[in-house]
Structure formats: C-alpha cells, structure tokens
Design a protein around this ligand. Structure first.
Ligand code: ATP
Ligand code: MG
Length: 316
C-alpha cells in the first residue's frame, strides 16, 4: 500500500516564530517518517504583504533554510516553490468559475480585512481559492496547519466537492490536521502570534533576542501567575511540571521570565546551530528546492491534464 500524503506551506513573509513551529512546522517533522511529504514555499501568497523583489528573494531562501534546519529531510519530503508550478494559478482560475462571491465573503481573513476597512485587493479575496488549488493538485490525505488556517482547508474541501459534483470524481477531500494544545500559540502581547503583528519569538532567535522578547511579554499587575508567560513556557514543559513551579513563584514575574529565557535558549540553540550549517551552502539548498519543484511539477501537470479533460477543453 502506498504511503499517505501530507502537504502544507509557509509564506515567505518574514522570520518564522515558535507559533509557526508548534502550530505547524513540528507536525511536518513528525509526519515525514510515515508519510510522503510535500512542503512548499507559498511565495505567490506572500505577494499580498510583500512587494519588494529583493526582500522576496531573501525570504524565499530564508524559509528554505528554516525548513532544512528544523529537520525536514529532503529524502522524505519534497520541497517546492509555488511560483515554479504554474498549474496552481491555472487551477485557481478554474476554481474561481465555480466559487461564488457570497461564499468567499464569509471567509475570516476577508471579514477581518473588511472590518479594518482596508481596500481589499482581489488576491486577498481570492486567497482561499489559490490555496484550494495548492492543496488539491497533490491529493494529500492530511494538511497540518494552525487553527487560523482551518477554514481555508474546509474551503478547499467544499471547492473539491463542488468540482467533483459538477465534472465527476476528480479530487480527494483533504483533512486538516490541527494539534489541539498548540492550535493558536499566543504572542508576547497575548494575541495570536503572527509575523505581521510584531509579537513573535523568532524560531531562530539569538540569546539576546530571546531575552528582549521575553522581557517584553505583557503581564497583568495581579501578582498571580503571569498567563502570557505561562502559555509560552507551557510549549516547552508539561503543565504537571510547570504549574507547581509557577504557583510557588506566584507574582515573581522577573524570576519566571528568566526561567523561560533559559528554557527557550535550550530549545532554540541547537536549531540556530543547524541553520548556520545550512547557511554555509546556499547553492546546495537551492538545488534541493529546484529538484523538488521538478518533482512537484510532474505531479501537478499530470493532474492538470486530467482536469482539462474533465472540463472539456482538451480537444487534441
Ligand atoms: P502572517 O502574519 O504573514 O500571516 P503567520 O505568522 O500567520 O504570518 P503563516 O506563514 O501565515 O504565519 O502560517 C504558517 C503556518 O503556521 C500555518 O499553518 C499557520 O496556521 C501556522 N500558524 C501561524 N501562526 C500560528 C500561531 N500563532 N499558532 C499556531 N499556528 C500558527
Ligand atoms: Mg498567517
């Protein structure tokens, strides 16, 4: 029997943080042994927030090094770059024609942008459709993501069902995989940790950076257990160990933060070292990406042939 498939992606929109790691990246590492993995760099998605060619290039390479440094094995996981596979945008167009505006208007990301009164670009509105194409081309069984992406995987399922219903069985319905305790990792301000909110603890932070981030964690003045500090600490140590410690040191915010700094350093230091190693040979990392894109392209173009046949545009 062939192995199950997982697929997921990360935008090259900035430095990854421990929320990305515990919410999504760690699952990729865990899944790679039992699954065929497809992990992509979602560069076309990042165009919403990043409109600087130099920075885009830098970030793409950076995400690639991050993937390698966390322990994803190119023998087990196919890394690829979304923009290398034109089938993603091609399929997104076909999906556009079977997806209604009112349906997409119910998406959280759109509603949030609308609530902020932003002038919403068509790409932001359409984001879930491109993501549906990203996923469905590769027929994954599971899509490991943080809770903020759950709705997008559901939209991909809905679009797959609509297509299958309209043109005949073509797409496998993917399942989101969301790990309960880390579904939403909170940032230093108590809101969802996000690259775009400036409230992160970077996954490859230096010791000084860790210190600065932890000292900046917002605490209440109640004198009890500092919830924001505890929540981050709980990613690294189980509650059974941590709770008695926090109870015995209730109100001692500085001491608790110092303990968190040391635990974060223990967790991050080996990751930092591994990343430095990969940084030494960027051409080698790029070769891995290019080969992965070649492999993904074959799968995507084969699927696209089937789709063109199903919709009736293939006449020779
Ligand atoms: P941006 O602010 O640019 O959207 P982000 O921090 O949300 O960045 P993404 O690249 O959008 O990061 O997400 C990468 C993966 O990490 C996704 O699977 C997403 O669900 C997950 N993720 C992001 N933030 C968190 C978080 N705070 N807790 C758990 N998972 C998260
Ligand atoms: Mg995000």
């Amino acid at each position: 029997m062939s192995k199950k498939v997982f697929l997921s992606g990360v935008q090259p929109s900035g430095k990854p943080h421990i929320g990305n790691y515990f919410g999504a990246l760690k699952q990729f590492v865990d899944l790679q042994n039992e699954h065929d993995g497809y992990v992509f760099i979602a560069d076309y998605h990042a165009l919403h927030s990043l409109r600087n060619a130099k920075e885009m290039k830098k970030n793409i390479i950076s995400v690639l090094l991050d993937y390698l440094a966390i322990g994803l094995d190119p023998e087990k996981v196919t890394f690829f770059k979304q923009s290398d596979i034109s089938e993603h945008t091609e399929l997104a167009w076909i999906f556009d024609t079977i997806t209604t505006m009112p349906y997409l208007m119910r998406a959280h990301a759109f509603k949030d942008a609308e609530a902020k009164n932003k002038e919403i670009d068509v790409g932001t509105f359409n984001y879930p459709v491109l993501m549906a194409a990203d996923i469905l081309l590769y027929a994954p069984d599971v899509v490991p993501v943080g809770a903020d992406q759950k709705q997008h995987v559901e939209i991909a399922r809905d679009i797959a069902e609509k297509f299958n219903h309209t043109y005949g069985e073509t797409f496998k319905l993917p399942e989101p995989m969301i790990v309960k305790d880390v579904a939403v990792v909170l940032g230093t301000d108590g809101k969802k940790m996000s690259k775009s909110y400036g409230n992160t603890i970077p996954l490859f932070a230096s010791y000084d950076e860790i210190k600065k981030c932890v000292m900046g964690i917002v605490t209440d003045s109640g004198g009890g257990i500092p919830q924001n500090v505890y929540a981050i600490h709980n990613l690294l140590r189980p509650a059974s160990e941590l709770l008695p410690l926090y109870e015995s040191k209730a109100g001692k915010y500085k001491e608790l933060k110092e303990m968190l700094i040391e635990d974060l350093e223990k967790f991050i230091a080996p990751l930092r070292t591994r990343r430095k190693e990969f940084e030494k040979d960027i051409p080698k990392a790029l070769k891995i990406l290019k080969e992965g894109s070649g492999k993904a392209k074959k799968i995507a173009s084969l699927k696209m042939k089937e789709i063109r046949e199903k919709i009736g545009v293939k006449v020779y």
